[in-house]
Design a protein around this ligand. Structure first.
Ligand code: T5A
Length: 201
């Protein structure tokens, strides 16, 4: 089973992934948590380029780097683990590319979708949790730390990303669970568990 978490920076994905993976492991499930970009030696190098290099990337280079990192992770880790029956929980997947590079950087959505399909080998999450928070809360939650390259993209960019996520979630309500990420951590986790119970038992 493939479970993905989506939303803008600081929406609470890592927090909820920690809670969900602990719960599943305590209940005897084999679980692997991964993040994108990253998860293989090659993809972690690309992550560093994307988030921390001093070079100014074009939107297209950025798109292809995210897709390269994804292709490596899907081929080397995600597919084999899913075939073994592992529950794979992924912090971001192709919806991030649609939201950030498609809606945010305004690359043609047909190009982004085709690139997503190619890199993910047509793999589709069984369920996606989209944690929806407003931009101001994203800034508040990250104001204690240094921002990475993407996080420095500005208000207009992030407003497009948030609107993009809402469109993506609206187009696939059977896969994507839209959650109010401003709620307390425990309340969000309960909503996630209500959905997960039907899938895992
Ligand atoms: N990207 C990625 C693209 O542009 N295209 C792509 O295709 C892909 C895959 C990745 C960046 O790359 C971009 C998107 C990103 O900009 P990253 O370092 O992985 O960067 O960063 P994020 O995924 O944004 O992760 P963050 O750590 O910033 O955010 P999380 O994981 O969503 O949030 P979390 O859980 O760490 O929480 C942040 C803070 O809020 C608190 C937590 O305790 C923490 O302090 N918090 C809450 N507080 C109150 N109430 C709640 N409900 C809370 N939930 C969490």
């Amino acid at each position: 089973m493939l479970i993905t978490f989506e939303g803008i920076d600081g929406c609470g994905k890592t927090t909820q992934i920690g809670l969900l993976s602990s719960y599943l492991r305590e209940n005897g499930k084999e679980v692997l948590t991964l993040r994108e970009p990253g998860g293989t030696e090659f993809s972690e190098k690309i992550r560093d380029l994307l988030l921390h290099s001093k070079d100014k990337l074009t939107a297209q280079s950025e798109l292809f780097l995210f897709e390269s990192a994804r292709a490596d992770l899907v081929e080397k880790i995600i597919k084999p683990e899913l075939e073994k029956g592992t529950i794979v929980i992924l912090d971001r997947f192709y919806d991030s590319t649609t939201a950030y590079q498609g809606y945010g950087r305004q690359i043609d959505l047909n190009v982004v979708n085709a690139s997503n399909h190619l890199a993910s080998k047509n793999l589709k999450p069984d369920i996606t949790f989209f944690l929806d928070i407003p931009l101001e809360l994203s800034y508040q939650r990250s104001n204690h730390r240094k921002l990475d390259k993407i996080e420095k993209s500005g208000d207009e960019f992030f407003t497009r990303v948030i609107d993009g996520y809402k469109k993506i979630a609206g187009e696939e309500p059977e896969r994507i669970v839209n959650i109010d990420g401003t709620k307390p951590i425990g309340e969000i986790f309960k909503t996630i568990m209500d959905k997960m119970i039907n899938l895992i038992y």
